[in-house]
Design a protein around this ligand. Structure first.
Ligand code: PLP
Length: 369
C-alpha cells in the first residue's frame, strides 16, 4: 500500500524491526544509552546546540508544551496563521489564558512581513510570536527565516510548529533564532506516532523561569532534570524510541542536505504531475511545500469518491482537505520514507482513478453530448 497522507507516514523495515524488541526498564542503563543517543542525533537534525526533549505525545502535545512552558495567563501573543494548524496554535495559547492577537492571512496565501512588523510595532508588549513553518492543511511552506528576522527586530520569543517540516525541509533552529521548535514522530521521522520533539533556546529558558501557565506533564524543568540522568520524567513510548534511534541513523547517513534535496525533487515530481493531469496547486506555487502537495479539486471532482477509489482500487491512500477546505482540495503527502517511484505510482493511480471521481452531473452531461 502507498500511504501518502501527511502523517502517519510509512516506516522503513528497519524501524518496524526495531519496534518488535522486548520492553526494557526505562529507569535502567540501556534506556539511558538510547535516550542520550537519540537526543544527540536529534540535535544534529534540529541544527541546534540548545536543549532537545522527547515528550511522549503527538505533535499537538509539543505545541501545548511550547506555550505553557514560556507564557503566563494574560501575556500578549501574536499568532501568524494561514491555515488550520496556525489556528490550532493560537487556540492552545488562548485556551491557557494568553491574550492572542490573531494575524490571519488567507489560507494558502503568503505571510505579509510588513503586516507582521506593523502588528509588532503597534503592540509594544507582545511577548511571543507563534508561527507555522509548513502549513500541512494548505500544502504551503512559510518563509520562516524571513519571519524570524522581523520577529527578532523586536526581540520577541519565536515559537514554531515545524511538525511536518523538520527533518525534511531545512530549518536551522539556532541560525534562525527559533526559541522553541516542535515536531512529531509520525511525520518526516519515519516512525509511528507517539513522540513529540521540542528544542528549547536560552531565551526560552529565561521565559520559562517567569512563566506561570499551569503545567505538570509538560514541564521542561522536569524534562531537563531527568535528562541529566538519562531518563524522562514519565514512562516514555519505549518502542517509538527504538524506532527513532534507528531512523535517525538512516537520516544522518543520508545527510541532511541530501534529505532536503530528495524532498524538493519529489515535490517537483508531484507538482509537475498534478499540473500535467490538468490540476492547479492550492498554494501559491513559489510557496508550495516539499512535504505535502495540496491540489485544487475544482467543482468537477468528488473528493471523497476520489479518495475511496484510490484506496479500494489502487491501494493508494491520500488525504482530503481539512475544515473549510473539505471537498475543495486533496493532498498528497511525500515526507520521510519516500522515493521518486512512490510518487510516480501515486500519479499513475490518480490518472486511472480520476474518471470515476467526476461528479454525476458532469458525467450525465458528458453522456448526453
Ligand atoms: C500533523 C500536524 C500537527 C498535529 O500533530 P498531531 O501529531 O496530530 O498532534 C500540527 N501541526 C502541523 C503543521 C502538522 O502537520
Amino acid at each position: 500500500m502507498q500511504l501518502r497522507i501527511p502523517g502517519p507516514t510509512p516506516c522503513p523495515p528497519q524501524a518496524l524491526q526495531a519496534m518488535g524488541r522486548q520492553m526494557i526498564n526505562h529507569r535502567g542503563g540501556e534506556f539511558v544509552r538510547i535516550l542520550n543517543s537519540t537526543t544527540e542525533k536529534l540535535k544534529q537534525v534540529f541544527q541546534t546546540k540548545g536543549d532537545v526533549f522527547l515528550l511522549t505525545a503527538s505533535g499537538t502535545g509539543g505545541m501545548e508544551a511550547a506555550i505553557v512552558n514560556t507564557l503566563s495567563p494574560g501575556d500578549k501573543v501574536l499568532s501568524i496563521s494561514n491555515g488550520a494548524f496556525g489556528e490550532r496554535f493560537a487556540d492552545i495559547a488562548e485556551g491557557f489564558g494568553a491574550e492572542v492577537i490573531r494575524l490571519n492571512f488567507e489560507w494558502g496565501k503568503p505571510v505579509d512581513l510588513d503586516a507582521v512588523e506593523g502588528a509588532l510595532k503597534v503592540d509594544g508588549d507582545i511577548k511571543a510570536v507563534l508561527a507555522t513553518h509548513n502549513e500541512t492543511s494548505t500544502g504551503k511552506t512559510n518563509r520562516l527565516g524571513d519571519i524570524s528576522a522581523v520577529v527578532k527586530k523586536f526581540d520577541n520569543l519565536l515559537l514554531v510548529d515545524a511538525i511536518s517540516s523538520l527533518g525534511c525541509i531545512n530549518l536551522p533552529t539556532d541560525d534562525w533564532h527559533c526559541d522553541i521548535v516542535v515536531t512529531g514522530s509520525q511525520k518526516g521521522w519515519m516512525v509511528p506516532p507517539g513522540l513529540a520533539m521540542v528544542s528549547v533556546s536560552e531565551k526560552a529558558w529565561r521565559a520559562h523561569a517567569q512563566a506561570k501557565m499551569p503545567r505538570y506533564y509538560w514541564d521542561f524543568s522536569k524534562a531537563k532534570d531527568f535528562l541529566q540522568k538519562g531518563q524522562t520524567p514519565w514512562t516514555p513510548a519505549i518502542s517509538v524510541f527504538y524506532a527513532l534511534n534507528t531512523t535517525l541513523d538512516l537520516m544522518l547517513n543520508e545527510g541532511l542536505n541530501n534529505i532536503f534535496a530528495r524532498h524538493a525533487r519529489i515535490a517537483q515530481i508531484a507538482q509537475n504531475g498534478i499540473k500535467s493531469l490538468g490540476f492547479s496547486l492550492f498554494p501559491e506555487e513559489d510557496y508550495a511545500s516539499d512535504t505535502v502537495t495540496a491540489v485544487n479539486a475544482t467543482d468537477k471532482i468528488d473528493v471523497p469518491k476520489l479518495i475511496q477509489v484510490l484506496r479500494e482500487e489502487h491501494d493508494v491512500v491520500i488525504a482530503g482537505g481539512q475544515r473549510k477546505l473539505a471537498g475543495k482540495i486533496f493532498r498528497i503527502g511525500h515526507l520521510g520514507s519516500v522515493e521518486d517511484d512512490d510518487i510516480k505510482l501515486v500519479l499513475e493511480a490518480l490518472n486511472k482513478a480520476l474518471p470515476s471521481a467526476y461528479r454525476h452531473s458532469e458525467r450525465s452531461e458528458e453522456s448526453q453530448s
